[in-house]
Ligand binder design. Structure first.
Ligand SMILES: Cc1cc2nc3c(=O)[nH]c(=O)nc-3n(C[C@H](O)[C@H](O)[C@H](O)COP(=O)(O)OP(=O)(O)OC[C@H]3O[C@@H](n4cnc5c(N)ncnc54)[C@H](O)[C@@H]3O)c2cc1C
Length: 469
């Protein structure tokens, strides 16, 4: 329970309506888009609610909220737009939930230096549309672009669908304005590049609300491309497709979109363009026309050398049109299905091992009806895999057990093969107890030390990201 004294203090700092204890507000901000929360909700189980929802309109108000919380020793949970899928938002009645969706201005667009600043709660699609009006692009297109915030992107280290050419959010962040747990404001990043000590922006990127509240973000921009083209190739084996992708990126060609689907996903998603028993490699090329033309020629040669046959150029536009359509969790639960996706990554030499071991260990579970994967983010050093699994349970009480076992097996198989257990969805409560696979025990100790120094009272999103000691 948040005391009346604290509520009055918050009201004194915020605009009218900025402090909300209505059932509707508390219900709406109980959790993010983690499927387990939707499952529990659908099963009619009780889900904890925050003590109060506060809605700041500017950075000074965020600072005021944080100071009130720090003085009262009250936990704070930042909420962007709630599209996170790892359980990063799990407030209880002792918490103040800081709803950043009301802090949503485009602050400035600088067309010469190609940077734009946004309030942290700015909707991703609205941010992109604002710069698009000037012939520019952020180039960050997560599938959730219409339902996620700029501050959420930074806080979860998000990756967009065009990342192979344009990088992930950490490659686009120019500066981050963050309110520290003591209420002080710090802006990290002020020039195109710096050798001014450790890059402190990385203490906030991926911190998932545990190190402070991001109140503003400055992103670098690009000019919109002169030419865009699509190619598609049938992959006779997974290995042949990976080899074509490796050759393409290691020869310095960087199509913004490179997506390789295994046979199951090719069959499921690309019916008119799918070839029997083959996967599909899809690319989108864009940039100056002469570079795109040169890339198209080079890619054709490298794919053919790896044994891939050319597919229909229409597969790309088919994907572009449908790429952000996903069924809701509830649609699937109604069919007795629990479904989720798990994104991991590995070096080129280990990625097939990850694919084979994950599929084998997950398919061995009785309720599993499907495991499939595609890659969608490619680097000179390796690439990601994005697994989808489907489990069928007549009795929904059994779903959570299967769900957790699939996650455990997938992350274990990935780590055993030398892969990273979290490519872009973050950690939340879902992955925090598996974080040792990536950080090791000493890395975890370092993370706890940093957290203790920055947030000595432990008030920022407690229970998230960092495993319990
Ligand atoms: C259908 C769907 C598709 C998706 N596709 C992608 C994808 O392509 N790529 C990708 O990377 N992710 C994807 N996601 C995951 C999700 O959209 C991202 O993690 C996104 O960055 C979360 O942004 P948000 O504003 O919704 O954050 P929220 O869900 O509100 O919060 C996420 C975490 O960050 C913290 N947080 C949020 N804002 C702040 C802030 N201002 N300051 C401090 N902490 C904060 C929260 O406390 C929480 O721990 C997808 C999700 C869905 C549902």
């Amino acid at each position: 329970m948040i005391s009346d004294t604290i509520l009055r203090k918050l009201e004194a700092e915020l605009d009218a309506g900025g402090v909300d204890t209505s059932d509707a507000a508390l219900d709406e901000r109980r959790h993010d888009y983690w499927v387990l929360k939707h499952l529990r909700n659908w099963r009619g189980e009780k889900i904890e609610r925050p003590g109060v929802v506060v809605r700041p309109k500017n950075t000074a108000q965020v600072q005021a909220i944080v100071r009130v919380a720090a003085e009262g020793g009250i936990p704070l949970v930042p909420f962007g737009l709630g599209s996170g899928v790892c359980g990063g938002i799990e407030p209880d009645e002792s918490c103040i939930l800081v709803d950043l969706s009301t802090m949503n201005r485009v602050r400035e667009i600088d067309e010469t230096n190609l940077v734009a600043s946004f309030d942290a709660g700015c909707n991703g699609l609205e941010a992109e549309e604002a710069v698009a009006e000037r012939g520019l692009t952020i180039g960050h297109w997560p599938q959730s672009i219409a339902v996620s915030s700029v501050g959420g992107w930074v806080s979860t280290r998000a990756a967009g669908q065009f990342s192979t050419g344009y990088g992930n959010i950490e490659d686009m962040v120019y500066a981050i304005e963050v309110v520290l747990p003591n209420g002080e404001l710090v802006t990290l990043g002020k020039a195109p590049r710096a050798a001014a000590g450790p890059d402190l922006r990385h203490l906030v990127m991926g911190a998932e609300g545990t190190m402070g509240i991001v109140s503003g973000v400055t992103l670098s921009l690009r000019r919109q491309a002169e030419k865009r083209a699509f190619t598609a190739f049938h992959t006779p084996t997974l290995a042949a497709g990976f080899e074509a992708q490796r050759q393409i990126v290691q020869n310095e060609w960087l199509p913004p979109v490179m997506r390789q689907y295994d046979v199951r996903e090719s069959q499921r998603n690309f019916q008119p363009f799918h070839a029997d028993d083959q996967g599909l490699l899809l690319m989108m090329h864009e940039g100056p026309a002469s570079r795109v033309d040169a890339e198209l020629e080079a890619v054709e040669g490298l794919a053919s050398k790896a044994g891939l046959a050319r597919g229909s150029d229409e597969a790309g536009p088919h994907w572009m049109e449908r790429r952000n359509h996903v069924p809701t969790w509830t649609d699937l639960l109604e069919q007795n299905l629990i479904v989720d996706t798990i994104e991991v990554s590995a070096p080129w030499t280990r990625i097939e091992g990850v694919y084979d071991d994950v599929c084998e260990s997950v398919l061995a579970l009785d309720p599993i009806r499907l495991v499939s994967a595609h890659s969608s983010h490619v680097y000179r050093t390796g690439l990601n895999l994005y697994f989808t699994f489907v489990a069928l349970h007549e009795d929904s009480a059994e779903m959570e057990g299967t769900y957790r076992e699939v996650w455990r097996r997938t992350l274990e198989a990935t780590a055993k093969n030398g892969g990273g257990i979290a490519h872009h969805h973050g950690v939340g409560r879902l992955r925090k107890n598996e974080l040792h696979h990536d950080l090791g025990e000493n890395g975890l100790a370092l993370l706890r030390t940093l957290k203790g120094a920055i947030d000595p009272q432990g008030l920022m999103n407690p229970g998230n990201l960092i495993p319990d000691a």
